[in-house]
Design a protein around this ligand. Structure first.
Ligand code: ADP
Ligand code: MG
Length: 399
């Protein structure tokens, strides 16, 4: 077990917290506007706890891909202002994340005060996990907290390297919550354990499929990845998105499921179209017949939805990663939103990981009825693959 925020004595101490403030921005009248502040809000429990306990809170984060150079449009200054609004308290801002000015601003912090450092990625040393840069960050505080789950699969200076140069390195509340659901709850899940996988590519999810094959009772497969499995089984896929170089791998997975006696359900019907655009004409394919020539499968069909719903209704644990179709277009979104509804109605634990799947669930308006929505795309996939995250491994082991 790693040290948690709750284990720390932080009163009057400077605490350096890595957060995930990599929020979507839109330029409007020359200013950068935050279009979704979920990631900022998710860190409020950690920041609030530290402030209440009288810590001096130093926040650090990255934004976008500035390629190691100071880049005004990736400045965290607008985020400092937004955070101040959310906290109803002043948030100071340091125009560089390391160096004399940042150190002076830390020295000026009062207990409960908050300072946000400028974008870590304005220094190429951040992503290179440069040791002297890590030391420069560590000079700001004795205690380090990592609450940036979404960046925890990266071994960067602020997510991993810095931990070696502080007295204590602990998980923040968001990090703890992500690990609790994606690792703890899924270590020995209540059964039946149903895994729903979809999205664009099988190749993105191979590691997850293989790892969960050891644990899951049922797989429900949708999205474009289903057509790679169909192509491997000799079922017509028309012009559907298929990874032609992954057919052998798909066969291998199907054989593995059979050997392990894991129920591996592929769609028996699809919604097909001839053009991917809003308002496009669609029709359902015939059960078991595959996608028609010249047409593309863009969603799971009504019979498949019923089969999947029946499995979900029986489940004690459901993990969902990857939309069932091109849910960004209304005509192709019915499968994804039907699955979201089935999960909302399921009595068991429902865990959703993956950037687009989480977006879909939020759009469905049913997010409140899920047990847990992960904030990390890549990080959640790596955890589900059974990998250790560098941003977690680097933290202090609990005595
Ligand atoms: P997540 O981010 O939840 O892990 P992915 O990134 O793997 O999910 O996949 C999401 C994308 O997959 C969506 O943009 C969606 O439009 C696309 N997709 C789903 N089904 C299909 C399909 N049948 N054909 C093409 N693209 C699809
Ligand atoms: Mg995605």
């Amino acid at each position: 077990m790693k040290l948690s925020l709750r284990d720390l004595d932080v009163r009057n101490r400077a605490v350096l917290v890595r957060v995930d403030f990599n929020v979507p921005l839109e330029e409007k009248d020359g200013a950068q506007i935050i279009t979704d502040d979920t990631r900022i809000r998710e860190t409020l429990p950690t920041v609030g706890f530290l402030r209440e306990r009288g810590a001096k809170v130093i926040l650090m984060a990255h934004l976008g891909r500035p390629k190691g150079q100071p880049t005004p449009k990736y400045s965290l200054a607008p985020i400092a202002r937004h955070l101040a609004d959310l906290l109803h308290a002043p948030v100071d801002f340091a125009p560089d994340c390391v160096g004399a000015e940042a150190e002076a601003k830390v020295a000026a912090l009062v207990p409960g005060g908050v300072l946000l450092l400028e974008n870590l990625r304005f220094h190429a040393e951040e992503e290179a996990n440069d040791d002297s840069f890590s030391k420069g960050l560590a000079r700001l505080a004795d205690i380090y907290v990592n609450d940036a789950f979404g960046a925890a699969h990266r071994a960067h200076a602020s997510t991993a390297g810095v931990a070696a140069h502080v007295k204590q390195a602990a998980m923040g509340f968001l990090m703890e919550k992500e690990l609790k659901y994606l690792q703890g709850e899924l270590a020995d899940p209540p059964r039946p354990f149903v895994v729903i996988l979809g999205g664009s590519k099988v190749s993105d999810k191979i590691g997850v499929i293989k790892s969960l094959m050891q644990k899951a009772d049922v797989f429900l497969i949708g999205g474009a990845m289903a057509y790679t499995f169909d192509a491997a089984r000799g079922i017509p896929v028309g012009k559907s998105r298929v990874e032609a170089d992954k057919l052998d791998l798909a066969k291998e997975i199907l054989a593995l499921a059979e050997a392990k006696k894991v129920k591996f359900l592929l769609p028996v019907d699809s919604i097909e179209t001839q053009e991917i655009k809003p308002g496009a004409a669609t029709r359902a394919t015939k059960e078991g017949a595959g996608v028609d020539e010249g047409w593309m499968g863009v969603d799971v069909g009504p019979i498949t939805i019923e089969h999947f719903k029946a499995e979900i209704a029986r489940a004690q644990t459901v993990l969902w990663n990857g939309p069932m179709g091109i849910f960004e277009i209304e005509e192709f979104s019915h499968g994804t939103f039907s699955i979201a509804r089935a999960l909302a109605e399921c009595e068991g634990i429902s865990i959703i990981g993956g950037g687009d799947s989480v977006t879909a669930v939020q759009q469905s308006g049913l997010a409140e009825r899920m047990t847990f929505l992960s904030t990390g795309g890549g990080a959640s996939l790596e955890l589900l693959e059974g990998k250790d995250l560098p941003g977690v491994s680097a933290l202090t082991e609990k005595a």
